[in-house]
Design a protein. Structure first.
Length: 320
């Protein structure tokens, strides 16, 4: 005599259950659900499991279990209220002679909560007036802001805050994807297209992991990566350039460093960086080149000095 509470996750397709769950369902005296709309119901019936639809009443379930094994297929939300009521009966002695068991029939896989993010963003896009008005262009400032907040948490060593900031960036990715999914032309894409694209790219650019290429060290990995990128650019355009894909809207010091790195990898002569002009801009460009030659990141070095200055100003304010 037992009451088995069969729990499933809504993040796994209905009907995809563990083998112990199917064994329990087939051997039970009765299998019960609380609604004709239960997502598991059609699959259980298709598998030949007799299922009854009954009210979610704890005393009725306990009484039914006194004459055999009864399986209650919990609703997608877990039927927490029903479980609490059954727990109260157990504590009060109202479920004597009946064993209560919770059997998990499906489990979340790694990354399953990403499905919740997709669902939430779809809902916000439909039902929130502010979210409904956003476009790719209007969202760009938020993406930049959230990205810089990730940078701040890493540079400050706030690894506890990093999770939240990465979540904010991930939300921006999901937001852009749901906006793009509403288009009807060939520029339309979904979050699955975004994920599929980066998966394909990672596998393509890591032939030493997913193919038969052998590498000796990280330097060879990087060299292969650049060769593959160059081949991809050549396929996209006959007039491809080593500078294709450099985001010109990034901070100027980072931009200068990336342009210099790309040019150096292409074997561009160093004199191309000479006599670019006079004044502060030319001096800064030369400083970036000097920083690269010394193994430094000019953007990061300047940010470090800026933070030190901020700290000094704040100390000065407190001492006034």
């Amino acid at each position: 005599m037992a009451l088995v509470m069969l729990a499933t996750t809504h993040r796994v397709a209905p009907g995809v259950l563990t083998w112990p769950a199917w064994q329990t369902l087939r051997s039970a005296s009765r299998v019960l659900v609380g609604s004709e709309d239960h997502p598991q119901l059609p699959y259980l019936r298709e598998a030949g499991v007799p299922v009854e639809v009954v009210p979610a009443d704890p005393r009725t379930l306990i009484e039914a279990a006194r004459s055999g094994t009864v399986v209650w297929v919990a609703a997608p939300d877990g039927d927490e209220r029903l479980l609490r009521e059954i727990g109260t009966l157990v504590v009060s002695g109202g479920a004597e002679t009946v064993d209560i068991e919770v059997l998990h029939a499906s489990y979340d896989l790694p990354g399953a909560r990403l499905l919740d993010l997709v669902t939430v963003m779809d809902t916000l896009r439909r039902e929130c007036p502010w979210d409904r008005e956003q476009t790719h262009a209007s969202l760009v400032p938020y993406l930049l802001e959230e990205s810089y907040e990730v940078l701040d948490t890493v540079e400050s060593g706030d690894l506890h805050g990093l999770r939240e900031e990465l979540g904010d960036v991930l939300m921006q990715v999901a937001f852009h994807s749901v906006v793009a999914s509403e288009r009807s032309d060939d520029t339309r894409f979904t979050i699955d297209d975004v994920a599929g694209g980066i998966v394909d790219k990672l596998m393509r650019r890591h032939p030493h992991v997913f193919g038969d290429v052998t590498v000796a060290d990280a330097d060879e990995v990087n060299a292969n990566w650049e060769q593959i990128k160059a081949a991809e650019r050549a396929e996209k355009s006959e007039d491809h350039s080593i500078l294709d894909g450099v985001p010109m809207g990034q901070p100027a010091l980072s931009l200068a460093a990336q342009l210099q790195r790309r040019a150096a990898r292409a074997g561009a002569p160093e004199e191309l960086a000479a006599d670019l002009g006079e004044g502060l801009g030319a001096d800064l460009f030369a400083l970036v080149a000097r920083a690269r030659a010394e193994g430094h990141d000019a953007e990061a070095d300047l940010r470090d000095i800026a933070r030190r200055f901020r700290d000094r100003v704040q100390e000065w304010e407190q001492d006034r």
